[in-house]
Design a protein around this ligand. Structure first.
Ligand SMILES: Nc1ncnc2c1ncn2[C@@H]1O[C@H](COP(=O)(O)OP(=O)(O)OP(=O)(O)O)[C@@H](O)[C@H]1O
Length: 708
């Protein structure tokens, strides 16, 4: 039987395979002969290709029982050709029938992802072979083909076929279908044309790397198939081919804050994709597409009966990152019908409750790129205060006073929309999509021609010098600015302990958040100076019984119990701070601030920002900056109150809000029936048909009322 169909046979939507890189790098060749034992072994059930294969690692750091199951594993002697003919070719005919297919390669750095996708002159990769197949079928059936190519850096997508590398906006049309505004499509008629476009776009990016800081990126190719004439085309299906940037465990390898930040950013879509794949394979009703730009971009192609192939790329010699990659792959394989092995059981239990809180109840094994638990962290206190986005950095500090001004994102989205017609002429086959909003009581709020889902509030967290605690962290706890007591804590709100430079377990609707990478539960810890000090020894597991007792029958702990837990942690932290906080010896100004202000729940000031080019820039604090950051805290506090109101108020109360009429109030109540707390951030208001601009307008009006 063709192993390519095995995922489907097992009743799972996503097929998850592994590929062990052929050949050795120079470094591996040098040490390879002495490391013959440190290889990966693959056990394939004799003759029965419908069974999963088992991958294990022979290495002293891996226990002998530790093995991982995936749908199939291609070994070193199996090249791109065989993977194409068995795994990819069967997907291509579906594209001509109107289905989408998606192939994603991920793995540790240097594990052969790009070689698998692009290949070499002698051994074309999956993308090149797929394109050749699509072109030949298109010629036979009179279809048109075009391609798009993009890369994602710091959660922003850029068009690789556009010489200006302009930003791509991820929009949802009125039917909820993903539209990538600003992503050009270029018609392709021959494989040579394709190679010129696709590979030169990438090489351009690679040449940029030489002069600019090495920002790694996730790269995507889309092959679109259309029917009809040049001037009047109808999209059929498309093939997405994604080459994810190399996974690297930031905690082990990062030697500075910049590396740690880069790894966290790089790993985010990898974890987000795993969460999506896991949810799809387990037939969950809620799939966390919104966790990353990549999953939002791919959403339409991942939904429904579309086909998905995930390839975990592995280096032939043992490395810890490969173990992690295989464990993620194995976990994604877990469908409802599958038996869990020892290792996957462990993953399943230990990695649960990560990621988007709204999905925690439905995705038991979701993972996040949290950097909370940094074993042996050498991150300086000052180094932790960095920003990850240029737009959120200096700019957001300066803009802090304008609590609800338009974000630069919005402006960019508009620009992208305005730019469309131009791109349409260059490609001839781009469809311009304009969808009227469902207007309701929003005459004063303005309207847009498309529902924009990419406009996220810039995260104030990095601008405030705080580490993001999970991939979904978006809001800083308002406590930092207000000194108020929190009444609900989710994974989106690092408590004010974070503002003190402390790391806290995120208390979610299911208890204490865990570190996904070590698969250990996280304990409250303080990181300071050159050393991370834990109040409780790192890795020390929080008592599970205790933890379980926080969870009620519906799977959520009552808020009072969350608060009790927080209160206990606070007491523990406060009582321990003097003896645990280690003051960095060389930064007197910082020390002074940290030592005198430690117990005051106020927002720390950023000392380091990271711009788009991954450059660190020191930013000194000023009264203005302090004021701006506090304003940002006030804003977040108000937003949290607003969201709490949306999650709890009755219909009549909801209708008192600006911009909420009968229809929207009903939609809000319907959403609350589906999930008890549907509004985790303002972005969630898009679920009731509001655009980013409208949401902002509503907030402005609502908050403006406070001064009337
Ligand atoms: N099947 C193969 N046969 C021969 N050489 C290979 C093969 N796969 C990968 N290599 C070589 O291994 C090295 C790393 O491969 P590649 O660049 O594809 O890894 P990667 O996972 O994309 O790396 P990164 O994470 O840095 O993007 C390259 O020199 C590549 O030519």
């Amino acid at each position: 039987m063709d192993p390519g169909r095995m995922g489907a046979i097992q009743g799972r939507k996503v097929r998850v395979i592994a590929k062990i890189r052929s050949g050795f790098t120079d470094l591996e060749s040098e040490s390879g002969s002495s490391r013959t034992k440190d290889r990966i072994s693959v056990q394939k059930p004799n003759g029965d290709e419908s069974e999963t294969v088992t991958i294990s690692f022979e290495h002293q750091s891996v226990s002998q029982n530790e093995s991982y199951k995936v749908d199939y594993c291609y070994e070193q002697n199996e090249g791109n050709d065989i993977i194409f003919s068995r795994e990819v070719k069967p997907l291509i005919s579906g594209i001509f029938d109107g289905h989408d297919a998606t192939i994603v390669a991920y793995g540790a750095r240097g594990s052969g992802k790009t070689y698998l996708i692009q290949g070499s002159e002698n051994e074309p990769g999956l993308a090149v072979q797929a394109m050749a197949e699509v072109l030949s079928l298109a010629v036979e059936s009179g279809k048109l083909v075009s391609i798009s190519s993009y890369h994602i850096i710091n959660e922003r997508a850029y068009d690789l076929l556009d010489p200006k590398k302009s930003e791509v906006s991820v929009l949802n049309d009125a039917k909820g279908k993903t539209q990538l505004k600003g992503l050009s499509q270029v018609p392709v008629k021959s494989i040579l044309e394709f190679q010129k476009l696709y590979l030169s776009g990438r090489n351009l990016h690679k040449s940029q790397k030489k002069t600019e800081p090495p920002c790694r990126s996730h790269k995507g190719l889309v092959i679109h198939v259309f029917q009809g004439e040049k001037s009047d085309t109808i999209p059929l299906g498309k093939l997405n081919v994604v080459d994810l940037a190399g996974y690297e465990d930031g905690r082990r390898k990062s030697t500075n804050a910049l590396n740690l930040l880069e790894n966290t950013k790089i790993n985010k879509p990898i974890y987000a994709l795993q969460n999506v794949v896991h949810a799809l394979n387990a037939n969950k009703s809620l799939v966390p597409y919104r966790e990353s730009t990549l999953t939002r971009m791919l959403r339409t192609s991942l939904e429904g009966t579309n086909q998905i192939l995930i390839v975990a790329c592995l280096s032939p010699l043992f490395c810890q990152d490969s173990v992690h990659i295989v464990s993620l792959a194995s976990r994604s394989c877990l469908g409802t019908s599958q038996t869990v092995t020892d290792s996957t059981k462990r993953n399943k239990s230990s990695a649960r409750l990560m990621g988007h809180s709204s999905l925690k109840s439905s995705i038991p094994g979701s993972v996040s790129s949290t950097v909370k638990k940094q074993s042996g962290s050498h991150v300086q206190f000052s180094e932790r205060k960095f920003s990850e986005r240029k737009a959120n950095g200096m700019a957001s500090v300066i803009k802090g006073r304008k609590l609800f001004t338009e974000t630069s994102h919005s402006a960019k989205s508009k620009k992208a929309l305005q730019k469309l017609p131009m791109q349409a002429t260059s490609t001839d086959i781009v469809a311009t999509i304009e969808h009227p909003l469902q207007e309701e009581d929003n005459s004063s709020l303005g309207s847009e021609k498309a529902i924009i889902t990419c406009d996220e509030e810039p995260s104030p967290l990095p601008a405030l010098g705080l580490q993001e605690t999970t991939i979904t962290d978006k809001e800083l706890s308002p406590l930092a600015a207000l000194g108020l007591q929190e009444t609900a804590i989710t994974d989106k709100e690092p408590s004010h302990l974070a503002a003190l430079g402390l790391q806290v377990p995120t208390i979610t609707d299911k208890g204490v958040q865990q570190s996904e990478e070590n698969h250990e539960e996280v304990t409250p810890s303080i990181i300071s100076g050159v050393k991370a000090l834990s109040l409780v020894e790192e890795g020390h597991a929080i008592d599970k019984e205790n933890n379980n007792s926080l969870i009620n029958e519906s799977g959520s702990p009552p808020i009072s119990e969350c608060l009790q837990e927080l209160s206990n942690n606070l007491k523990l932290l406060y009582s321990s701070i003097p003896s645990c906080v280690e003051i960095p010896p060389k930064n007197d100004a910082l020390n002074a601030q940290f030592s005198t202000d430690t117990l005051e729940p106020k927002t720390p000031e950023p000392s380091i920002q990271v711009n788009e080019k991954c450059e660190l820039a020191n930013i000194s604090s000023s009264p203005w900056q302090t004021f701006s950051m506090r304003s940002s805290g006030v804003k977040n506090s108000l937003v949290q109150e607003y969201l709490r109101f949306l999650n709890t108020a009755n219909k009549e109360e909801l209708k008192k809000l600006k911009g909420i009429g009968e229809k929207r109030a009903t939609s809000i109540l319907e959403l609350r029936e589906e999930s008890p707390e549907p509004f985790k951030d303002l972005d969630d208001l898009k679920e009731i048909g509001l655009s980013a601009k409208q949401i902002k307008g509503m907030m402005k009006k609502e908050m403006g009322e406070l001064f009337n």
